[in-house]
Design a protein around this ligand. Structure first.
Ligand code: FES
Length: 159
């Protein structure tokens, strides 16, 4: 190889090596910006399959006690997508109102107390009426109520 050819190859290598960090930084920066946007955007941290979910056959929902049901919801948070089982309470004695089973205080699962006819959060003893209204304890609001509708004989909730 001649001396001039070696000089040209060295110059090309130097040019490439001086541009490489800029390209790498550009790719890393774009990836971080996209990741930050996805994780900070509130739309990306809610249920990925937003819409109406079937809770059960309306014909089978009856009685004087809350009925616990489980539905599967696909959730997306940042880059990950997970399927979570969500527990809800259907209240056939209150026009099939559907309540979240998550305590509004710090998110513990509530339970139905047969004897007292109230919902209890066992974590810090918040009590809610059989309609989900806050009665006592550190929770500051009622249990969350889902929007409902009946379609083709199925009770559905909006998630
Ligand atoms: S989490 Fe339910 S009362 Fe604290």
């Amino acid at each position: 190889m001649k001396k001039e050819e070696n000089e040209v190859i060295r110059a090309d290598r130097r040019t490439f090596l001086s541009i490489l960090p800029i390209g790498v930084l550009g790719v890393v920066g774009a990836s971080m910006t996209l990741a930050a946007k996805r994780s900070l955007d509130p739309e990306t941290t809610v249920a990925a399959d937003e819409g109406w979910k079937t809770v059960g056959d309306i014909a089978e929902i009856a009685g004087d006690e809350p009925i616990e049901k489980t539905i599967s919801v696909t959730c997306r948070s940042g880059w990950s997508k997970t399927v979570e089982d969500v527990s809800v309470y259907v209240l056939p004695h209150h026009d099939n109102k559907v309540l979240s089973s998550v305590c509004p205080h710090e998110g513990c699962p509530i339970v139905w107390e047969d004897e007292s006819k109230k919902f209890l959060c066992p974590c810090h003893d918040s009590y809610f009426s059989d309609k989900g209204e806050r009665l006592t304890g550190p929770a500051k609001r009622d249990l969350t109520e889902y929007e409902t509708r009946v379609e083709d004989g199925k009770l559905k909730i909006k998630v």
